[in-house]
Write a protein that binds this ligand. Structure first.
Ligand SMILES: [Fe+2]
Length: 390
């Protein structure tokens, strides 16, 4: 997060004596990424955050690969992923490479008896269905339909859901996720031509401070395994912190689309960036206003990235037979574009209600066993004219 946040109580100077009411010390922790060069926050704990009591074991959660080398366009029916009561068990990676995992999840219950920490990856959770609260050791964030939750690696968290019917689209990124550099000035502030600004980014507002001792299970994801670590102190024991490294929320409904007289390319929809992929938000907007404009996109062959579109809501003008919760995968190496009739249909249209999240990865994606269970194996032929179909 490229701007400063302070929550709870902190001492006047960092790395100085900070006493509790009973005269004991609060314990400081620098919580950062990219060694000492990236974003960091200074946290003050009731207890030392290092008190591991027991390591109960570990289990493998690496995606099970079904297709490693792919050159076929796919459609996946995301809502066919089976719901599961447990948050972590519900997460099904469908597409993966060495930089990221793209995950669908339909958790039915809040995380009650453990805390979770991803030590490998930043997590970007898009809330397609459901409301609730993301609770973290750095404060809490309410979430609802349309929210992106950006959770930096190392954040200890729980998800509280209000109801059972939840649908999440999640990207785990081995590289830190930032707002696009071209929208930030030399000081890091979002510029006037950015489609969103700091006011749209919601910071943690509610710090839970718990000084209990006991047995506290944190499930820690590290190198594709979950380690069950038992700590002797409550993981939410921070009394205050300040800095730049903390989870935040951004609603896709607060993204202000950039439009033009003729078709604007996908980068105008960019919302987040990493070294390894970009995330774009396609939001309801006015179409191109040149009198002869074709609002539908032209076919394009982006040879350098696999394109994943997650369809959220509205009408998907360039596609036939696409519904909310579907994912399309258009791999690098072959062109893709509007379905038959979509270009003609788009001429004269003045606006769209489409809502979608796009992830373009620079390395090819592999397909998992979970993906193949919800895959449409005929999608790659969906661009054929009627007379060419068998
Ligand atoms: Fe595309």
């Amino acid at each position: 997060m490229p701007f400063y946040h302070k929550l709870g109580k902190i001492p006047h100077k960092r790395h100085t004596v900070f006493r509790k009411p009973d005269g004991g010390l609060y314990y400081e922790q620098l919580f950062g990424t990219i060694g000492f060069d990236g974003m960091s926050s200074n946290l003050y704990h009731e207890h030392r955050p290092t008190q591991v009591k027991e390591i109960k074991g570990s289990y493998d959660v690496r995606p099970k690969l079904a297709v490693e080398n792919n050159l076929k366009s796919y459609r996946f029916k995301g809502f066919q992923i089976t719901p599961h009561p447990d948050y972590l068990e519900s997460r099904k990676p469908v597409l993966t490479n060495s930089d990221c995992d793209i995950i669908l999840a339909s958790p039915q219950q809040s995380t009650e008896d453990y805390f979770y920490k991803n030590a490998d990856s930043d997590e970007l959770i898009f809330i397609h269905k459901g409301t609730g609260k993301l609770r973290t050791h750095l404060g809490n964030l309410d979430f609802k339909y349309g929210d992106y939750l950006l959770i930096p690696r190392g954040t200890i968290y729980k998800m509280d859901f209000d109801e059972e019917d939840n649908r999440l689209f999640i990207v785990e990124s081995r590289r830190p996720i930032y707002t696009p550099k071209r929208y930030r000035n030399w000081f890091g502030q979002l510029l006037e031509h950015s489609p969103f600004c700091e006011r749209d980014l919601r910071q943690p507002y509610e710090l839970e401070t718990n000084d209990e001792r006991g047995d506290f299970l944190i499930k820690i994801k590290k190198q594709g395994k979950i380690f069950d670590m038992v700590y002797a102190t409550h993981p939410f024991d921070v009394v205050g912190y300040d800095g730049y490294n903390y989870p935040y929320a951004f609603s896709i409904h607060d993204f202000e689309p950039i439009t033009g007289r003729i078709h604007q390319p996908p980068p105008v929809h960019q919302t987040f960036e990493t070294d390894a992929f970009v995330v774009c938000s396609f939001c309801p907007r006015k179409y191109d206003y040149h009198p002869d404009a074709i609002p539908a996109p032209y076919s394009h062959s982006n040879i350098d990235s696999d394109e994943v579109l997650y369809y959220v809501d509205g009408d998907f003008m360039s596609r036939n037979d696409i519904e909310a919760g579907h994912i399309s995968l258009h791999p690098a190496g072959i062109p893709h574009g509007p379905h038959p009739g979509a270009v003609e249909r788009s001429i004269g249209q003045v606006e769209t209600e489409e809502l979608a999240v796009m992830v373009d990865t620079f390395k090819p994606l592999m397909l998992t066993e979970d993906a193949m269970e919800i895959a449409d194996e005929s999608y790659h032929k969906s661009w054929l004219e009627e007379e060419d179909k068998e």
